[in-house]
Design a protein around this ligand. Sequence first.
Ligand SMILES: CC(C)(COP(=O)(O)OP(=O)(O)OC[C@H]1O[C@@H](n2cnc3c(N)ncnc32)[C@H](O)[C@@H]1OP(=O)(O)O)[C@@H](O)C(=O)NCCC(=O)NCCS
Length: 168
Amino acid sequence: MTRSVARTVVCAVAADEAERAAHHRVRRAVFVDEQGIFAGDDLDSHDARDDVLHVVARVGEDVVGTVRLFPLDPADPAGTWQGDRLAVLAAARTAGAGAPLVRFAVATAAVRGGRRMVAHVQPANRRFFEHLGWTARETEDYAGRPHVFMTIALARDHQAPVLDEPGT
Ligand SMILES: CC(C)(COP(=O)(O)OP(=O)(O)OC[C@H]1O[C@@H](n2cnc3c(N)ncnc32)[C@H](O)[C@@H]1OP(=O)(O)O)[C@@H](O)C(=O)NCCC(=O)NCCS
């Protein structure tokens, strides 16, 4: 009998140049090469900010996913945070990396004092976010394409983020 072994997904803020480079490779693979939302690279001014957190999801040694988060107002980390650049490599999807990345971003923003998190979500992912407790507010144009503006309240009593979850 064949037995499938659950792989553990570990999410962490990129801690060094190598992890940041891996984070950017995944983003480029998904948003430039696969989706064609950006030409060349998907870097923007937020990537240069010191207070922007670049997160990686690993399965074993492999970085398979990313998310980025930051306070919308750098002077107000107790206010609204944005999560974006959520990406899982095509070959690693529906194996339990995307949900932990979103939960990690929410928990991290909460632990750092944020009150609310917002995201500009591709319509195809609205249900995915709703399943994780987010609320759709309005449709909008973002990065030249239709998106859904979604929000989630950040719990004041949030524990430090859970770093890993079994993949399925
Ligand atoms: C959206 C994305 C990050 C999801 O990552 P993933 O690793 O496939 O997600 P998970 O495996 O953790 O999925 C968790 C659950 O949500 C479901 N799910 C995944 N994508 C979904 C979607 N678009 N709509 C509805 N449900 C979805 C999964 O089937 C799974 O369900 P289960 O718990 O019943 O098994 C991934 O599809 C992706 O990178 N897409 C391309 C880039 C992108 O669209 N980024 C988001 C921009 S808003």
